[in-house]
Ligand binder design. Structure first.
Ligand SMILES: [Zn+2]
Length: 290
């Protein structure tokens, strides 16, 4: 079985209604070939980065992976690993990359990493002195490293590339849902364009299967911040196109765990534990029970 290439771009903290108000030509291309849909972050967890990203990459819900905030200590992802780790075990030849500006995704910071194998962490200036320019530097470093990865992949036997963008969420926390927040949505879309071009310009692109997934983990309230149950926080979204993705404007029922569900499906990973609630996109008939 030839394995697909998978590009998963995570953009942290992007409110769905604000997203729709911005010009996002790169995301629009993905949506036109597949779908862009809102969803509700599963009620079994809070609207916080650690639990939501863990659910997306593991396919199990917070009561199972036991991550309920951004301190990941004592998590149970060892029993329910991320899909890069599982793919690496099942198909060691599959090419993988994870890059992020948020430490717990790819490093031991705060009890991480969420991706057990770790990955590339941007080395921008951090802390209270960091400015919006530094936030851009971090996200651009990640996008540039991922672009090199995408361009350099061998055509066989498939790959998984995870690219994380942090600036939107940081802007939301610092300044609320305002001009800076919108500036970073636009910047993330330009970096998504850079990544999609790296895929499209591969000389072997026409012979390859590509699955593209773009997702956020939660929204933000107007004044900035998240974690609660306001619709502006609880509403997230997924866009996807390519391998196995239905091209539709019809409403789909989605869970964040379906990111892992779809990835497992297209990779041919089987043997999921009963706690795994992820399903391929377009096949869900009801929300997952937490
Ligand atoms: Zn987040």
């Amino acid at each position: 079985m030839s394995r697909p290439h998978i590009l998963f771009v995570g953009i942290d903290g992007v409110r769905y209604d604000t997203l729709l108000e911005q010009q996002t030509p790169a995301l629009d291309r993905v949506a036109a070939d597949g779908f862009l849909q809102d969803l509700q972050v599963n009620a079994s967890g809070p609207t916080i980065s650690g639990p939501s990203w863990s659910t997306m990459v593991s396919g199990v819900l917070p009561p199972t992976h036991r991550i309920f905030d951004n301190n990941l200590t004592d998590h149970d992802l060892g029993r329910y690993p991320d899909f890069i780790t599982l793919a690496g075990r099942a198909f060691p030849e599959v090419q993988t990359f994870a890059g992020a500006d948020w430490e717990p995704l790819v490093s031991s910071h705060s009890g991480g990493p969420i991706f057990a194998g770790g990955g590339f962490l941007s080395d921008r200036r951090r802390g209270k002195k960091a400015t919006a320019d530094d936030w851009h530097v971090g996200d651009q470093q990640v996008a540039d490293r991922a672009t090199e990865q995408l361009a350099g992949l061998a055509s066989e036997p498939g790959s998984i590339t995870f690219v994380y963008q942090h600036g939107v969420d940081t802007a939301g926390h610092r300044e609320g849902v305002g001009e800076r927040y919108r500036e970073f949505i636009d910047a993330s879309d330009r970096r998504l364009d850079q990544l999609l071009r790296a895929v499209d310009e591969r000389p072997t692109r026409d012979h390859e299967d590509w699955l593209i997934i773009i997702a956020t983990d939660h929204g933000h309230i107007d004044e900035g911040g998240h974690g609660g149950d306001h619709p502006a926080e609880r509403t997230a979204w997924i866009a996807a196109s390519g391998t196995g993705v239905p091209a539709t404007d019809e409403p789909l029922i989605l869970e964040q765990a379906d990111v892992a569900g779809h990835v497992h499906h297209v990779l041919g990973l089987t043997d999921q534990p009963p706690e795994f609630v992820g399903l391929p996109f377009g096949t869900r008939t009801e929300p997952a029970r937490g």
